[in-house]
Design a protein around this ligand. Sequence first.
Ligand code: FUB
Length: 374
Amino acid sequence: MTNQHQFLIAGVIAGSLFITGCQDKSPTDTTAETAASSVAAAPPPTPADPALFLNQPLVSEIYTADPSAHVFNGKIYVYPSHDIESGITTDGEGDKFDMKDYRVLSMDSLGGPVTLHDEALKLADVPWASRQLWAPDAAEKDGKFFLYFPAKNKDGIFQIGAATSDSPTGPFKAEPEPIKGSFSVDPAVFKDDDGAYYMYFGGIWGGQLQRWATGSYVAEDKYPASNEPAYSPKIARMSDDLLQFAEPPKDVQIIDGGGVPLLGTDTNRRFFEAAWVHKFNGKYYLSYSTGDTHYIAYAIGETPYGPFTYKGIVLTPVMGWTSHHSIVKHNDKWYLFYHDTQLSGGQDHLRNVKATELIHNDDGSIQTVDAYLD
Ligand code: FUB
């Protein structure tokens, strides 16, 4: 998240046109190792032209974003942020994204009716939090459901909380304190085939990851110099009760094909926020947003800890500044959940979640999704 939200739709369109204009590459180039800079992003359409959107919003009663999708007991549940018009106009640190509660979506299958459930958790019921309920995730273990969420604590520092429920749709009861040793935003919990759960998290700029470079919080934004590696997302294995980290968080390295960590200045490929992990054919796929270049990129690793080798683009820029997604398998098909700003006509902080099929090629690469039709 950034103080450049004034880009709004005009900026996104201009940026996309710039990318399109500067690259001489097909948007359907889906080979492994496709560089972000080699994928031409189609300019998002104007909101007045809904026929040009590849998918329509899953719900239109409320604004939703950052969709974390899971299949629990054969059904798809989506845990989104619940965007609201906060009335905040200053935007230095993503202040406009001032969400106050969560609501869960569910559906039996993609394309079928979507249920918008009642409030699952509200800010007022989280004892340690002061504001900004950002992108959540969820997990299930032994019939119990866990909601993980970032929020600013009373000192204005992002941490990650856990809340529990007997139902996947809540209501969830928040733990009295945030997860010990947690910081920054965008938790994503991955369950491996051996039953271990891992949380990935972190986000630069508004997500404050750049303030933790020393290992503790420093209230000053410090970014890597041009020859320094980018900030990494973090990983920690979860405790058996899924309420705490079982180990101190570690860096998740993202490297290029030559084994060199991506640099902080490699803005087309480096991690910004919105980490997500799925497993395909025994390999771990880390996907994430590149933030100010608006891609959802992916990298492949051999273990949950990585290192992950950069491979290419999952989703080209969407309408709106942020891009945030999840990838889930349901009934033998893979789906990409993502958001754009179709319903609000391009307002960055008023987003709507969508879904589309995601194809893995035979060589394990992912076919790039362009969310807009020509
Ligand atoms: O929704 C608030 C923030 O915007 C999320 O935490 C980021 O990933 C971005 O989508």
